[in-house]
Design a protein around this ligand. Structure first.
Ligand SMILES: C[S@@+](CC[C@H](N)C(=O)[O-])C[C@H]1O[C@@H](n2cnc3c(N)ncnc32)[C@H](O)[C@@H]1O
Length: 438
């Protein structure tokens, strides 16, 4: 549920209206990050929470909607119902939901206060009352059976998972339909993990260390038992800590930066992994990024973390070309490639609604051209870490195999390969190569 502070700051009915409109924007092809970014600060937490839940529970809410309205309702009514039904479903799942009458009253209020849905007030009221009985039955009556997969992914996406993960594809989607936990990376330049954990405890925030993931030791990861706004985290604005999934924390650790090394972070924005590299060693980093707007975020993140700006060159450029390069060979390269993001949908549940099947192939081509160009900029005996936040093998293992076959001087070293989403990490792919010859 949205935290109480933000819930108080915006009436639920208004949050439902804005959330239903945000879903409309996603369906029109806009990214939710962009849509949420335009909201006022006080609106954002509750609207994000409602919208994420609505998208994660899309399949189940639509099974319920067709049960009571066989002819699909107009889109604005459908989106409003999806938001309200997800509130029931989430409450049913974690027992922390709003009371039934609150959800119905507030959804009907939302309906009557927004012109495109005003006429459907009676319908929304009737449908939600029936749904509430099904999903939150009176004490002692049979509960509606939990749906194994509530989250929508398009048919081609589901087929890809079924083909590549015949035993675990359903579990994978069920995992991705869960709310993602809040995981922190303690800034090693400021605190060690146990010191910071103590600060959290003093602030009444409970956490536990994630010691290891897929055989890799993590020194800075803390899993919070309940998400909190970053403003409540001790020292956040002084750079004590960053929010970063544990799977993403593997990147800098696997590349193992050393003081004095020249490292290329080839696809750097918003700079989460650049910062982690600088927290681990006094290395020199070229943070390259194609997208000007995203590039602008890197400096702000590094400043907040109080990392030395003289060791980072933030550069706008295309990693698949050499135009931006001064010719100095890199000791190490982190290539966190643009990808489908199919591994991080629990944090971005709009992604399955936005991706098209053809995207996977075009992303694969972009990844290959960046890989091929980056390799030319790496010194002999240097290391390149290829990363994607995808679970599609076309962007992971197939790319690593293609790269090794194309480059006889590429020695593949040990790295986790494909990691699937779990309670502590999103889905990522990691392959590490050493340049074994000229
Ligand atoms: C997965 S994100 C990187 C996340 C980042 N490493 C972090 O940890 O914060 C991939 C980034 O690559 C950028 N990108 C896409 N194509 C690129 C290219 N040809 N050259 C450089 N950057 C590119 C995208 O704009 C995006 O910001």
């Amino acid at each position: 549920m949205p935290d109480q502070k933000s819930a108080r700051s915006l009436p639920l009915s208004e949050a439902i209206t804005i959330s239903a409109q945000a879903i409309g924007e996603v369906m029109a092809g806009r990214s939710l990050t962009e849509v949420l970014g335009q909201l006022d600060v006080h609106e954002r937490p509750i609207v994000q929470s409602l919208t994420f839940d609505a998208l994660r529970k899309w399949i189940r809410s639509h099974e319920l909607i067709v049960q009571f309205i066989p002819k699909p309702p107009p889109a604005p009514v459908d989106y409003l119902l999806s938001v309200a039904i997800a509130l029931f479903l989430q409450g049913n799942q974690d027992g922390k939901g709003y009371a039934t009458h609150t959800i119905v009253d507030q959804a009907v209020k939302a309906c009557s206060e927004y012109e495109p849905t005003m006429y459907a007030k009676g319908l929304v009221n009737a449908v939600l009352r029936k749904v509430s009985v099904l999903v939150q039955p009176p004490e002692g009556e049979k509960r509606y059976p939990p749906d194994p997969i509530t989250m929508f992914v398009p048919p081609w996406w589901r087929a890809n998972l079924k083909k590549n993960y015949s035993k675990v594809w359903a579990a994978l989607l069920i995992q991705q339909a869960q709310r993602a936990p809040l995981i922190l990376r303690v800034n090693a330049k400021q605190y060690d993990r146990s010191q910071y954990q103590e600060l959290l405890t003093q602030a009444g925030i409970y956490s536990k260390p994630i010691e290891e993931l897929f055989g890799v030791k993590l020194n800075s990861a803390l899993l919070l038992s309940e998400p909190v706004p970053v403003s409540d985290l001790p020292g956040f604005y002084g750079g004590a800590v960053s929010v970063q999934d544990a799977g993403a924390q593997l990147a800098a650790i696997l590349l193992d930066p050393k003081s004095g090394e020249l490292i290329l972070d080839a696809c750097a924005a918003p700079g989460g992994k650049t910062a982690h590299l600088l927290e681990l060693a006094d290395c020199e980093v070229v943070a390259l990024e194609l997208d000007g707007e995203r590039l602008g975020k890197i400096g702000g993140n590094l400043d907040r973390l109080r990392l030395p700006s003289d060791r980072v060159r933030i550069t706008r450029g295309d990693a698949s070309k050499a135009a931006w390069w001064d010719g100095r060979l890199f000791d190490k390269i982190l290539l966190d490639a643009p990808c489908s993001a199919s591994g991080i949908v629990s944090r971005h549940p709009d992604i399955p609604f936005l991706r098209r099947e053809a995207d996977v192939n075009s992303l694969q081509q972009r990844q290959r051209s960046i890989l091929a160009q980056a390799w030319k900029m790496l010194r002999q005996d240097g290391l390149l870490l290829y990363v994607t936040c995808s679970v599609f093998p076309e962007e992971g293992e197939s790319q690593a195999a293609w790269f090794a076959a194309e480059h006889s001087n590429a020695l593949r070293l040990s790295a986790p390969g494909q990691i699937l989403p779990s309670g502590t990490n999103d889905g990522f792919f990691y392959a590490l190569f050493k340049k074994n010859g000229p």
